[in-house]
Design a protein around this ligand. Structure first.
Ligand code: ADP
Length: 510
């Protein structure tokens, strides 16, 4: 007989014994009632009580005994479960029935558990060390792995070679202290990581044109891809892969430097030409016929356009070199905007466009660098004229918005911008492919505007509908707000540098 059959026989005998006891009690009661000649009023309640109480007794004791082996197995499983801590192992010595079967069964459970956990720890040992991972170590792309505290825990040989740092210099350090990356816009890696840490279990993202300065003053430029896995069991929470584009992106930078060099030479003759045109305008005012006076206007407008172009290029080169410095002063928004608008009235007129200026009466003074503010508004008006299509009105307005910031907008009813290209507009050299063949430009104007607005602690954005027109808006601080920030020491300086690169914010936090 096997152990299970043995338990079945023992259980059957135990239950038969219990039922036998109950029947014995019933027979005894009937015998007593017969001997004492008890009446039906006592006899029947006695029988009912014995059947009821006896039944309950059999159910309780029998149920307990029948379930005991299952309960013992259950306790053994809980004992080895990794999630149920503190459940003690069952004491098999105390078992009266089916001991052989349970000793066997529970022994097998413990053995299986030992095999599983030793396998898991062997796997863990192998996996926790990425140095033993053939793919990670030999991948020909730089790979950097971070733990939950943004500490570098692994770096492959392609990465040490690329970043020109040894593994010892990098491993064990915060990524922000040893890999000080700059990004072309405010969507930096650290902001993304903080966000996904709060909201996601897994996430991935990529960035283009990321920069990292080497010790020898050279910069690496690469695209970056990151994968995030919250509380990764192996401690590898964030993985970064770098795709080198240093050569390709540097060519763009060199293009700016080269153009700036060439354009610089245009400045002196251009100033001379504009001076002569102005003199002619004064001298011949009222003496020319309509046709000649239109020519004169066109010459003057073209001179101004060329001067603005030269200025833009030189400023972009300065932004790239971190050489463009702004000084914020208390300025009247009305004065600055009307000054900028005046510069463009002639150019707009030549194209048959009316420039309207709507400045709210009760605007507070703003914290502005006058020359840069001219340049921002000028670039936006210049674009509004260039992309006006058949429309004939441009409105420049300034209001104080709900956040108490001064919001300046340039609205046109021109060709508009397709929604899918809007995110790229403020990127260096970006031009909308649909109209770049027909309308001349460099793709630098909005890039410069963004750098200048950011240096004013403002934001710039666009609302546009293709075929209906665009509204470009940007914010600047009311002077009182800057003054408060200066007083509280939050904002240390009125001198700002305009740059196209934004560092990981954590650098500043640390
Ligand atoms: P560009 O020299 O090409 O005008 P910008 O940086 O000033 O360079 O503008 C980038 C692109 O944004 C332009 O090529 C154009 O496609 C689009 N754009 C800018 N302003 C407007 C506008 N007011 N209406 C339509 N498209 C515009």
């Amino acid at each position: 007989m096997n152990d299970l059959d043995k338990l079945a026989v023992q259980t059957r005998w135990f239950l038969a014994l219990l039922v036998g006891f109950e029947n014995l009690a019933l027979v005894s009661w009937l015998y007593i009632a017969w001997q004492l000649d008890l009446s039906g009023y006592i006899l029947w309640p006695g029988i009912a009580a014995i059947v009821l109480i006896g039944g309950l007794f059999v159910a309780l004791i029998g149920g307990h005994q029948v379930l005991k082996p299952i309960r013992t197995v259950w306790q053994a499983v809980l004992h080895i479960s990794p999630t149920d801590h503190g459940v003690v192992a069952p004491d098999l010595q105390k078992l009266h029935y089916g001991r052989e079967l349970l000793v066997n069964l529970i022994g097998q459970i413990y053995q299986l558990n030992n095999i599983a956990s030793s396998q898991a720890s062997a796997d863990q040992l192998e996996k926790t060390d990425l140095k033993n991972d053939f793919v990670a170590t030999n991948m020909p792309l730089p790979l950097v792995v971070l733990d939950a505290n943004e500490i570098i825990v692994f770096i492959n040989s392609a990465a040490t070679k690329y970043l020109q740092k040894s593994a010892e210099e990098l491993i064990g350090n915060s990524i922000y202290s040893v890999l000080d990356m700059s990004f072309p816009n405010e969507h930096t890696f650290d902001l993304w990581l903080n966000d996904v840490k709060m909201n996601n279990v897994t996430a991935q993202n990529s960035w283009e044109r990321v920069r990292f300065g080497l010790a020898d003053q050279h910069s690496l430029q690469f695209d970056l891809s990151a994968y995030y896995n919250k509380d990764n069991s192996r401690g590898y929470e964030t993985m970064l892969v770098l795709f080198d584009h240093t050569e390709q992106y540097s060519q763009d930078d060199q293009a700016v430097s080269f153009i700036a060099l060439a354009v610089h030479e245009l400045r002196t003759p251009l100033t001379l030409l504009r001076g002569y045109i102005e003199t002619f305008q004064d001298e011949f005012s009222g003496k020319l016929d309509d046709e000649l006076s239109t020519f004169m206007h066109r010459m003057a407008a073209s001179g101004e356009q060329l001067a603005a172009f030269v200025n833009n290029i030189l400023n972009v080169a300065r932004v790239e070199d971190d050489q463009l410095t702004l000084e914020l002063h208390e300025e009247s928004v009305k004065d600055v905007i009307s000054g900028a608008v005046d510069n463009y009235i002639l150019r707009a007129k030549v194209r048959g466009i009316d420039l309207e200026c709507n400045i709210a009466e009760d605007l507070p003074t703003a914290a502005l660098d006058r020359v840069s503010a001219y340049e921002i508004v000028g670039n936006l008006i210049d674009n509004a004229i260039k992309y006006a299509g058949n429309s004939n009105k441009i409105i420049v307005s300034a209001v104080q918005n709900n956040e108490h910031l001064i919001e300046i907008s340039v609205q046109d009813s021109g060709v508009g911008i397709p929604t899918n290209v809007v995110p790229n507009l403020f990127t260096k050299f970006y031009r909308n492919h649909r109209n770049r063949a027909q309308i001349g430009g460099t793709g630098l104007g909005l890039y410069l505007c963004k750098a200048l607005v950011t240096a004013h602690s403002g934001h710039i954005w666009v609302r546009s509908e293709e075929g209906k027109g665009s509204v470009f808006s940007f914010t600047v601080l009311p002077y009182s707000q800057l003054a408060d920030e200066l007083k509280s020491g939050n904002n240390k300086d009125i001198t700002r540098s305009a740059h196209g690169w934004i560092k990981n914010h954590s650098m500043y936090r640390s």
